[in-house]
Write a protein that binds this ligand. Structure first.
Ligand code: PXG
Length: 289
């Protein structure tokens, strides 16, 4: 495996950055997770756009243009000869000193691109559906650290994941500070009720997922009504169907939440239709390499 660091490729064992990098010391940086399917990078432009928006928001200057970043991703895929890959793009504030002052890192941002495989959930859960739970750790307040910023600070999500794992579950539903459904630790959440789709609005402590946007697009094209609307736990419990979306997770059905069976206790027909349409899109859309 060859890893891209600041314009050069290194073998995995030599792909190292400084212990003074503020990405490590403070989680000061941003990232993206992207997928390619059969040599097509899905939604590459959208991911790079979000990366630059995250960086802009935390006043981190990425030392490449968007076009150069896209080319760097493609070059990393080509050199690794992977047809289907999970691509991690990381930009940190760079090397500084033992103080959080970002001025010490000025002009030294670290750019890393790793291409590998990712398996988020056991494969059989995509057929059977997952049981998940809501957890005590609430999603970051947008006015503190906005979940729209895909920063290297994922401790909020990791704590929620730990709570799910400690209770014997694979995934956690995080609520916002008002108690509404926000999202999962690395996925957006959708419910279906009376053949209509609902997902929490992005202003309520939810990342604007690129898979989420794709699902909304698929639903609209399929003449399914979609609502970006607050969702309570009660509405989730009495929904007909539930599924999660994310680049790493793709689309995975949920059949039980907090011990309540969702719909018929198996993946619903709208979920299956969206999964099928999504799979089709990944076969035809994307930047080729
Ligand atoms: N919410 C959060 C908090 C995320 O981190 C999503 C939603 C889905 O967004 P996209 O754009 O991918 O549809 C994400 C992204 C992992 C992992 O290892 C998960 C993500 C990113 C990187 C790694 O679980 N999810």
């Amino acid at each position: 495996m060859k890893v891209y660091i600041n314009g050069k490729f290194y073998d995995k064992k030599d792909a190292k950055i400084s212990v003074f990098d503020h990405g490590l010391l403070y989680g000061d940086g941003v990232f993206e997770g992207i997928r390619s399917y059969n040599r097509l990078v899905f939604k590459l432009r959208e991911h790079i756009q979000r990366l630059f928006e995250s960086a802009h928001s935390i006043m981190l200057k990425i030392p490449l243009s968007k076009e150069e970043m896209m080319k760097a991703v493609i070059d990393t895929l080509k050199i690794n000869r992977l047809d289907d890959a999970y691509i991690r793009v990381v930009v940190t504030r760079g090397e500084g000193d033992l103080g959080l002052d970002p001025r010490k890192c000025e002009g030294k941002a670290t750019v890393i691109i790793i291409v590998d495989k990712i398996v988020l959930y056991p494969q059989d859960l995509y057929k059977k559906g997952m049981s998940i739970i809501t957890v005590p750790t609430v999603r970051n307040l947008p006015e503190a650290l906005n979940p729209q910023i895909k920063s290297l600070n994922y401790l909020n999500n990791i704590l929620a994941k730990i709570e799910a794992i400690n209770s014997g579950y694979e995934e956690a539903i995080m609520l916002d500070s008002l108690g509404y459904i926000a999202e999962c630790t690395g996925d957006n959440i959708f419910i279906v009720k009376n053949n209509q789709i609902y997902t929490p609005p992005q202003c309520m402590g939810t990342l604007r997922g690129i898979t989420r946007d794709t699902v909304l697009e698929i639903a609209r094209k399929s003449n399914i009504l979609v609502h970006e609307h607050v969702v309570t736990r009660h509405e989730l419990y009495i929904s007909d169907e539930c599924f999660l979306t994310g680049t790493a997770a793709e689309i995975i059905p949920v059949i039980k939440v907090d011990g309540r069976v969702i719909g018929g206790g198996k993946p619903g027909k709208i979920t299956l239709k969206i999964m099928k349409e999504f799979r089709k899109l990944t076969k035809i859309e994307g930047v080729r390499y």
